[in-house]
Design a binder for this molecule. Structure first.
Ligand SMILES: Cc1cc2nc3c(=O)[nH]c(=O)nc-3n(C[C@H](O)[C@H](O)[C@H](O)COP(=O)(O)OP(=O)(O)OC[C@H]3O[C@@H](n4cnc5c(N)ncnc54)[C@H](O)[C@@H]3O)c2cc1C
Length: 412
């Protein structure tokens, strides 16, 4: 069994597989170029996030109360902060300290292959992975690559020279600590990330402007709680054809993309009211690099010269990342609207062109048409874990050929 991606989803799936006894650790690999949880850790630091948006029962371990117990044992109960809806939320440091302890408990690090996967081929009874460290063959492959570095940049940023002081907040190179303490900085966007970046950068001596063209929207979670607590909405979603435009629209309509939770909005409001963040209710239309600065002109006719401009303009389609783009081009795997993988709802296995389930399963945002709008979140990893464990258990029980031997269960 090989998991591609060692983010929240990859780590949680690995822990569930190991603890279920379905997969022996000698047969499990996680292919990840950035270290376990490295990408998520970096993104949280890049946007200055202080605490999780989700409740304390959403974490990488299998026992829902593991993080709470971890906090209690270490007298860190005060790092569970209040929430407008439901349970308390962990601070970022508590979340990652707990995740690190869980990874250490099962020595997950020793299962990591430090490489990026460049191609995946389902060849009937095996899956062949091409990686930056060579070819790897496995019986089953779980894709957990998140958005796979695919993020949205405004059109006006496309032709800027690489030397222009303009970054996307999720660029690997973007380091907020490298911004000069007396810089004039601009932040583009109106959602949670833009608000967090603007308030993080707002320090005495710095001139921070937030370019947000639309009114702010405040929502506690990324979608309605019905999607989190009840099975009905997901069952209704699955009534629609898989990987269809209708499913894509249902998920998009359910998500509160571009909204921010109340505690982030309060911080932003305070920063705006006290003058540490200037709010420009307009859209940037052009940007020109000029002697180490960038000059932006806006739809309302104003112009500004900035030392640094940070785009917090969200993610692109998860199916446009490097690996999914490659897999979408494989005619033996079925894809649907805008390249979404056609997944078997009950197993998350990617269907082959002939309609049979392949040996590749998908977790995370790319499984949102099967699991709903929280598929990308920590709760989505927990749901995917349950689905994967169920089908793998069935597969190993009922199909001797799946194990490679009718007498012995071998799992790779
Ligand atoms: C700043 C921020 C805050 C968030 N806060 C919350 C929150 O509070 N609660 C919540 O539930 N959700 C939150 N989310 C949503 C969040 O994205 C998920 O919870 C989680 O990070 C998704 O995990 P993932 O494993 O799918 O993706 P990622 O965390 O992105 O991990 C994917 C991993 O795959 C690896 N990878 C990519 N391509 C390849 C390849 N070709 N080969 C090998 N490895 C590859 C990457 O290096 C990465 O480590 C937040 C997201 C962001 C960006």
């Amino acid at each position: 069994m090989t998991i591609v991606g060692g983010g929240v989803h990859g780590v949680h799936l690995a822990i569930r597989l190991l603890e279920s006894g379905l997969v022996d650790r000698s047969e499990l690999r996680i292919v990840e170029p950035d270290g376990l949880l490295g990408g998520f850790r970096r993104k949280c630091a890049q946007c200055g996030m202080a605490e999780l948006r989700s409740p304390f029962v959403h974490h990488v371990d299998s026992d829902p109360f593991s993080l709470r117990d971890f906090a209690r044992r270490r007298n860190r109960g005060d790092e569970l902060v209040g929430s407008e809806v439901g349970a308390d939320r962990p601070t970022l440091s508590l979340f990652f300290d707990h995740a690190d302890a869980v990874c250490e408990r099962v020595d997950l690090e020793s299962l990591v292959v430090e490489a990026a996967v460049t191609d995946v081929t389902d060849s009937g009874d095996r899956v062949v992975l091409e990686t930056s460290a060579g070819r790897h063959t496995t019986r089953w492959c779980l894709l957990a690559v998140g958005h796979d570095r695919s993020h949205t940049c405004p059109d006006w940023a496309a032709d800027l020279p690489a030397s222009a002081p303009v970054s996307h907040v999720w660029d690997r190179e973007f380091d907020p600590d490298a911004i000069d303490e007396f810089a004039s900085a601009g932040v583009v966007g109106g959602g949670i990330t833009a608000a967090q970046v603007a308030t993080m950068l707002a320090q005495p001596g710095r001139d921070v402007t937030l370019f947000a063209r639309s009114p702010f929207r405040v929502e506690s979670l990324e979608a309605g709680t019905d999607w989190m607590h009840f099975s009905g909405p997901v069952a209704d979603l699955r009534e629609l054809p898989p990987a269809s435009e209708d499913r894509a629209r249902t998920v998009a309509d359910a998500r509160h993309d571009g909204a921010m939770p109340p505690y982030v909005f309060r911080r932003l409001r305070r920063a705006i009211d006290t003058g540490s963040v200037a709010l420009e209710r307009t859209a940037i239309t052009t940007a020109t690099a000029a002697g180490g600065t960038v000059v932006v002109t806006c739809r309302d006719g104003t112009a500004r010269c900035l030392d640094r401009l940070v785009c917090a303009t969200g993610f692109d389609s998860p199916y446009d990342g490097a690996l999914f783009s490659r897999l979408r081009a494989d005619p033996s795997l079925r894809t649907g609207y805008r390249g979404a993988p056609v997944l078997e709802d009950d197993t998350l296995r990617w269907l082959r062109a002939d309609g049979s389930p392949s040996r590749i399963a998908v977790s995370g945002v790319a499984a949102q048409q099967a699991l709903g709008p929280f598929a990308r979140n920590v709760i989505g990893a927990r749901r995917a874990g349950t689905v994967v464990l169920d089908w793998l258990d069935d597969e190993l029980e009922t199909s001797p050929s799946a194990s490679g031997s009718s007498a012995v269960r071998t799992r790779e």
